[in-house]
Design a protein around this ligand. Structure first.
Ligand code: FMN
Length: 161
């Protein structure tokens, strides 16, 4: 069955993943106003929920296990690399407990802090850092992540049986 494209609609109120709503998407992501990550997620063509852009907005709530895609924003110092909106989302215990893996977005120009936010979240929440990509990703990145996520969820199902 073809996967549904939800990356666009999931950002709107009342679409099932607006601020304060809960989501059963197996992919959750944050993307700032530059929307590189949003463009990448749209190309994946899978159901995805977007963490609200404004920090003062209520966050969203995961109902099912999910993989998080997170861009890094700390700069070369490596401090504050995890976007505040993502910290707010992960402060919720339910959201933390359903996290199964992280995919990092970033820019290799930042050198040692490339995709540091995903490294930090993976270490803190004890989940794998599954993949890294730059900016809005290449077509190879899109294919690898699509296939990688399918395989990942199949393996997850097997380990639970
Ligand atoms: C102020 C600023 C700081 C950044 N710091 C890092 C960094 O430390 N490491 C990294 O890999 N990318 C860093 N980036 C690059 C972003 O992670 C990258 O542009 C990403 O695609 C942004 O995703 P978004 O447009 O969905 O928000 C930084 C970008 C900005 C604007």
């Amino acid at each position: 069955m073809a996967a549904t494209l939800m990356a666009e609609g999931a950002t709107r109120h009342g679409s099932g993943a607006g601020p304060g709503s809960s989501t059963s998407a197996s992919l959750v992501y944050f993307s700032s106003a530059s929307e590189n990550t949003h463009r990448f997620v749209t190309k994946l063509g899978v159901e995805a929920a977007r963490i609200p852009l404004r920090t003062q907005e209520e966050t969203i709530y995961a109902r099912k296990p999910y993989v998080l895609i997170v861009p890094t924003y700390g700069g070369e110092s490596g401090r504050n690399s995890i976007p505040k909106q993502v910290l707010k989302f992960l402060r919720n215990e339910g959201n933390r407990s359903l996290l199964r893996g992280v995919i990092g977005a970033g820019n290799t120009n930042f050198g040692t802090t490339y995709c540091l936010a995903a490294d930090k979240i993976a270490a803190k929440c004890d989940v794998p850092h599954l993949y890294r990509f730059e900016l809005m990703g290449t077509s190879d990145d899109v294919e690898r992540v699509k296939q990688g996520l399918e395989d990942f969820w199949k393996r997850q199902l097997k380990t639970r049986q």
